[in-house]
Every structure is written in structure tokens, then in C-alpha cells.
Ligand binder design. Structure first.
Ligand code: GRF
Length: 190
């Protein structure tokens, strides 16, 4: 089974997928990594595994869509994974790959999701609201940020002395377990 991963940052979730394949807990291959910016940690991880990388040359929305259609036609994914990818997926792609695109988000959606909620500011909002628990969510991707059907969530307790940084570390640890697990479940159910 063929995976295509999208990332915009350090790529630790991408690495969790690579490690699960190496450990044999995920029976799949990674056809390629798509990024919207150069020089990120995810690209270094791909290079050390000789995984092909495509960096989008973003000028117009239509060329963005065309580049994605072209690359995905070439790499023929069975499943597309957004692992810390910040740019919106065009509706032409979500319609072409219904229930074949998943995203991981570092909160218990629908809380603290949507435009503007990404990275550390999610955890800052959780701590500022004195939430007792947070967590992470894997969901299908549709044309609205973080609003596709929820597939699975993992809860993480928030302790009174948690900072956004310490909470982010706790949640990221659970993300690295949840994402490969959900990918395996989807591939096994197809
Ligand atoms: N969408 C969010 O962005 C962060 C990316 O981390 P990494 O996978 O690039 O290390 C993760 O917390 C993920 O949930």
C-alpha cells in the first residue's frame, strides 16, 4: 500500500510513520513527501530514507492545485497523510480522494481546531482555558480546516503546572502512537 505524506515542519509525525514501517507494525511504503516550504526537518528525514520529496512552488491557487494533482497522479497514493501540514488542501483534491486523506491535530476536536489553531497556540489556548484534559485527533480531511469526520482521538490529562510547551510534548508523544495505528487500521480495512 502506497502512502503520500504532507508536512510543513520538523516532521516528527512523519518519522513515526517511517519508524512503524521499519519496525513492521505498519505494512506500507512511502511514495513521497510533499512540502510547502524548503529547508524543513521533514525534508532531512526524507533524504536520510531516500524518500522522494516534492516542494510546492506556490504562486497561484490554480498552479498549487495542478501541482498536487500531477504529483499525486504520479505517486498513486492509497492514503494521503497530513502530518503537520499548514496549507489548505484544495477542494479539487479532497473531492478526488474522498475518505483517502487524513490529518492529525493536537487537540480534542472540535475544540481548538480551525483556522489559526496550529502548533503551540493550540496548547496555549488549552492551558489558558484551564482545561483538565486535552489530546490529539486523527480525522478525514474535507474542504474545511479540521472539520472532517473524526476517526480516533487520544486523551491526555492537563496538570495544573503544565505550560503550553510541556503539554505540546505530552500530546506529541501520543500523536506518534495514534497516527501510525490509525493508518494501519485504515489500510487493513480497505
Ligand atoms: N499538526 C500538528 O503540527 C505538529 C507537527 O509536528 P511535526 O510532525 O512536524 O513534528 C503536530 O503537533 C501536529 O499535530
Amino acid at each position: 500500500k502506497n502512502l503520500v505524506v504532507f508536512a510543513s515542519g520538523s516532521g516528527s509525525n512523519f518519522q513515526a510513520i517511517i519508524d512503524s514501517i521499519k519496525e513492521g507494525t505498519l505494512d506500507a511504503g512511502i511514495a513521497g513527501l510533499i512540502t510547502d516550504r524548503p529547508g524543513i526537518g521533514a525534508i532531512e528525514r526524507a533524504n536520510s530514507e531516500s524518500i522522494p520529496v516534492y516542494t510546492i512552488k506556490y504562486d497561484t491557487q490554480s498552479s498549487y492545485t495542478e501541482q498536487l494533482i500531477h504529483k499525486l497522479d504520479e505517486w498513486k497514493p492509497d492514503l494521503i497523510i497530513l502530518a503537520g501540514y499548514l496549507k489548505k488542501i484544495p477542494v479539487a483534491i479532497t473531492e478526488k480522494y474522498p475518505n483517502q486523506i487524513i490529518n492529525i491535530h493536537p487537540s480534542l476536536l472540535p475544540k481548538y481546531g480551525g483556522k489559526g489553531f496550529y502548533g503551540l497556540n493550540v496548547h496555549k489556548a488549552v492551558v489558558d482555558a484551564s482545561e483538565k484534559e486535552s489530546g490529539c485527533t486523527v480525522h478525514f480531511v474535507n474542504e474545511f480546516y479540521d472539520q472532517g469526520d473524526i476517526i480516533e482521538q487520544k486523551k491526555v490529562p492537563v496538570s495544573p503546572d503544565d505550560t503550553p510547551e510541556s503539554l505540546a510534548r505530552k500530546v506529541l508523544k501520543e500523536e506518534h502512537k495514534l497516527l501510525p495505528k490509525v493508518i494501519a487500521e485504515i489500510l487493513n480495512s480497505n
